[in-house]
Design a protein around this ligand. Structure first.
Ligand SMILES: [Ca+2]
Ligand SMILES: [Ca+2]
Length: 275
């Protein structure tokens, strides 16, 4: 049965309280009679009334600096700024690719009626020009050959100087002009020179051959000996006076040894090659 058991436990509790109260009073016999020990009841009294509200406390100390807050949210887009200054002109860019071929243009208007091309006249005119040029060339050749007195081969010019000089002076005069006394080294050149002499109306001129250094050993003025060609007149060279060490060419093309002190006209030659 539950009920008798609860009653039994209550009885035990009451007896324990009385016993505890008796021990307590025996320990505090020296207290006044008005103390709680005037009764054996030690149960707490009723709860008091609510006290008055306390005065406000003083301001607390300043707290420590808190940790850095987290990054805030992105704000709204700001207003547009003012226009910037005009920038510098940039460098010239690379040449662009060639564009596509344009569309054909509109056909041009019809031309006026042409006249008949008298091409024959132009051809005739051009032909006359050619003839005139040829005549001019011929005239120049005439001037050179007749008036200026110059003959030429592929390699050299020849020029008769109509001044009477001995051999050494004649050679000097040719060299002053950039040449030397004429040196016929083949029949063609010899013929050209002799023809030049005869056409000029002369009989003889000095040419660049002598045996001054060694008798009977004839040399050209360029210090080369006579080789495979000579055009000695019959009986020459005879060294007739014993001092005939220089050579003249006669209008016939024949050579003759004469004295070097003889003063006659002379013929120079000039190379066409630049020195
Ligand atoms: Ca001689
Ligand atoms: Ca002679």
């Amino acid at each position: 049965m539950v009920y008798p058991r609860i009653l039994q436990m209550t009885t035990y509790v009451a007896l324990l309280v009385v016993f505890l109260g008796h021990i307590s009073c025996s320990e505090i016999e020296n207290r006044s009679v008005s103390d709680s020990c005037s009764t054996h009841t030690i149960l707490p009294g009723p709860k008091g009334d609510v006290g008055e509200k306390g005065d406000p406390g003083e301001f607390g100390k300043q707290g420590k600096e808190g940790p850095m807050g987290s990054k805030g949210n992105k704000s709204q887009v700001g207003n547009s700024g003012d226009n910037g200054l005009l920038g510098k002109i940039g460098p010239i860019g690379a040449k662009g690719d060639k564009g596509y071929k344009g569309t054909p243009g509109l056909p041009g208007g019809k031309g006026k009626t042409g006249s008949f091309c008298d091409c024959g006249r132009y051809r005739k005119f051009v032909g006359q020009l050619d003839n005139n040029v040829a005549r001019l060339k011929s005239s120049l050749m005439f001037v050179k050959n007749v008036i200026a007195g110059i003959r030429e081969t592929d390699e050299k010019f020849y020029y008769i100087v109509k001044e009477e000089r001995n051999y050494r002076d004649a050679l000097t005069q040719c060299r002053i002009r950039g040449g030397t006394l004429a040196m016929p080294k083949d029949q063609a050149t010899n013929s050209l020179i002799s023809d030049y002499i005869s056409k000029t109306g002369l009989f003889r001129v000095f040419i660049g051959i002598n045996d001054i250094e060694k008798e009977k050993q004839y040399m050209y003025t360029d210090n080369t000996p006579l080789q495979n060609f000579s055009s000695w007149k019959a009986g020459e060279p005879n060294d007739g006076s014993g001092y005939e060490d220089c050579v003249e060419m006669q209008s016939t093309g024949d050579w003759n040894d004469v004295e070097c002190n003889l003063t006659i006209y002379f013929m120079c030659e000039f190379s066409k090659k630049a020195k």
